[in-house]
Design a protein. Structure first.
Length: 268
C-alpha cells in the first residue's frame, strides 16, 4: 500500500478508534462497571466488548476486504493471511478498572508481518497517536495535531518507562543493569500501549517488556514508535513479525527512541 493510501486510511481508522473511545468512556464514567474473568485470569468488562463490536462493524465497512484479529474476537489460526487488522479494543483493562486513565484503543494494519499503520487512542487522556510507515508519527491533544519524533539518547540521564501494573523481578534486575550502566536513571510509569507512545514522543528513551504480551498489545504502538524514528526488537536485537494467529505471544522485547545506541548489549 502506498503512502497516500495509508495517509487516507489513517483518517478513517482514527475516526473508528474515536467512536470506540467514546463508547468506552460512557462506561468508564459509570459508578459500577460490569466485568468477569477470562480463562487466563485477566479481566473482561462491558467496555472491552462494546469497543470490540463497534470496531469490527466499522472495519468491515472499509472497502479493503481484510480480516480482523481482535483480542475479544473468535478468529481462527490461518497461515496464509498476508494483510489483516490487529485490534485491542481496550488495552489496559486493569488501568481502566482502577480509573487511572492509562488505557487505550489499539488498531493496526499488518501487511507481510509488519505494522504499516497504527492508531492508539487514550480516551481518558484525550490523546491520539498515529503512526504511518514512510510518512511519520502524529499526536492529537485536545484537537491540536503535532508531529512527534523520538529523541537521541542522553547517557547522563536515561529515561526508562516501566509498566504501571505489570512490573516483575526481571524488571527490577533490568533496572539494576541500567543504573550500573548510566549515570542517572529516571523511571516513568505508564500503562497499556502508552508505554510505547511515550518513547515515540521523546518522553522516554527505552521501554523493555520482560513479561508476557500478545500481538494486539503492541502492534499499533510499534507503528507509532517506528514512524517516529524508534525501533522495537527482541532481546537479541532482532525484529519479529505478526501473524494471523490469535494465540501468538510476543517475545520479550525492548523499544527505544535512539536505534544508534547498542541496546542489545544490555541483554547479552
Amino acid at each position: 500500500m502506498d503512502k497516500h493510501s495509508l495517509l487516507e486510511l489513517s483518517e478513517e481508522i482514527s475516526q473508528i478508534a474515536q467512536k470506540a473511545a467514546e463508547s468506552v468512556m460512557d462506561i468508564y464514567l459509570k459508578q459500577k462497571i460490569t466485568q468477569k474473568t477470562k480463562v487466563d485470569g485477566s479481566p473482561l468488562t462491558e467496555a472491552d466488548l462494546s469497543s470490540h463490536r463497534l470496531i469490527i462493524e466499522r472495519l468491515n465497512k472499509i472497502n479493503l476486504n481484510l480480516p480482523v484479529l481482535s483480542e475479544e474476537g473468535k478468529a481462527a489460526f490461518k497461515k496464509d493471511i498476508k494483510a489483516f487488522w490487529l485490534v485491542d479494543p481496550l488495552d489496559g483493562t486493569k488501568e481502566f478498572l482502577n480509573k487511572n486513565g492509562d488505557f487505550t484503543i489499539n488498531i493496526a494494519l499488518i501487511e507481510n508481518g509488519v505494522p504499516l499503520l497504527g492508531v492508539v487512542n487514550a480516551p481518558a487522556k484525550d490523546e491520539i497517536f498515529t503512526g504511518i510507515s514512510g510518512v511519520g508519527a502524529y499526536k492529537i491533544v485536545e484537537g491540536r495535531l503535532f508531529e512527534i519524533t523520538t529523541k537521541k539518547i542522553n547517557i547522563e540521564n536515561l529515561r526508562v518507562t516501566l509498566s504501571r501494573s505489570h512490573q516483575t523481578e526481571k524488571d527490577v534486575r533490568f533496572l539494576e543493569v541500567l543504573t550500573g550502566t548510566f549515570k542517572k536513571v529516571e523511571v516513568i510509569e505508564a500503562g497499556s500501549s502508552l508505554k510505547l507512545c511515550r518513547v515515540a514522543e521523546g518522553q522516554s528513551d527505552i521501554y523493555c517488556r520482560m513479561g508476557p504480551t500478545f500481538q494486539w498489545d503492541i502492534a499499533s504502538g510499534q507503528a507509532v514508535l517506528e514512524a517516529a524514528g524508534g525501533e522495537l526488537r527482541n532481546l537479541r536485537g532482532e525484529s519479529f513479525q505478526y501473524s494471523f494467529n490469535s494465540k501468538k505471544k510476543n517475545p520479550e522485547f525492548y523499544s527505544v527512541g535512539d536505534p544508534t545506541y547498542p541496546w542489545a548489549n544490555l541483554f547479552s
